[in-house]
Write a new protein. Structure first.
Length: 213
């Protein structure tokens, strides 16, 4: 990633502090940012598509509760790890009971009543899914850039020859496009990362991005 100071305008934790004044905006941000990786995690441990949607929806109902968000503490770790822990608790309840009963018992769940321990391997897998989702989001945000398709295909394991054939380009053009697209993708990823982590967490998030890509 390019060096230099990166301005961090509005992190996830900063947004959460706005829950009293604008809860709908905060809730929408949480759902949009975490929906795909949470569903991917639920599917990865054997849940059907429909069941994964159910448990993720229930997770958001609990996490987006104003009192829950006000009780969240950034000093205890990443919000990403917290929401994964809530998902795991919901999945455990789902597997112990039929989901209709779970909905009937829906209630506010204080943070102190939750098991927030997440095994390393599960957190590792969720972080991998998070990075994959982040990269896809960055690519989508840059879709109007004509150099981006070549880089996106390369990240999917395509050779330069295959990319040239698919995009109807010369291989030399593919090389040039990928060379130009890489710094643009890095800048967009930095921008997205800056939206959810603190300045202290930023280097760690960049390192994780490199690790999982």
């Amino acid at each position: 990633m390019p060096g230099g100071r990166v301005y961090l305008p509005s992190t996830m934790w900063t947004c959460i502090l706005e829950v009293r004044s604008d809860p709908d905006r905060v809730n929408d941000l949480i759902v949009r940012r975490y929906s795909q990786p949470l569903q991917a995690f639920a599917r990865s441990i054997g849940m059907s598509h429909e069941s994964a949607e159910d448990v993720v929806q229930e997770t958001f109902i609990r996490v987006c509760n104003k009192e829950f968000l006000l009780g969240a503490d950034r000093k205890k770790g990443k919000f990403r790890t917290l929401i994964l822990a809530v998902l795991k608790n919901v999945i455990s309840e789902y597997r112990r009971h039929d989901f209709a009963g779970l909905r009937d018992r829906r209630r506010e769940v204080p943070l102190g009543d939750l098991d927030l321990a997440v095994p390393y391997q599960e957190e590792f897998e969720f972080n991998r899914m998070w990075v994959r989702n982040l990269v896809n989001q960055a690519f989508d945000n840059l879709k109007e850039d004509p150099t981006i398709p070549a880089l996106r295909l390369q990240t999917r394991g395509k050779s330069y020859k295959e990319i040239a054939a698919e995009l109807d380009l010369k291989e030399s053009d593919v090389t040039n496009n990928i060379h130009r697209a890489k710094p643009r993708l890095k800048r967009e990823l930095e921008r997205l990362i800056a939206q959810y982590c603190t300045q202290e967490e930023f280097p760690e998030e960049i390192a994780a991005l490199v690790k999982f890509m």
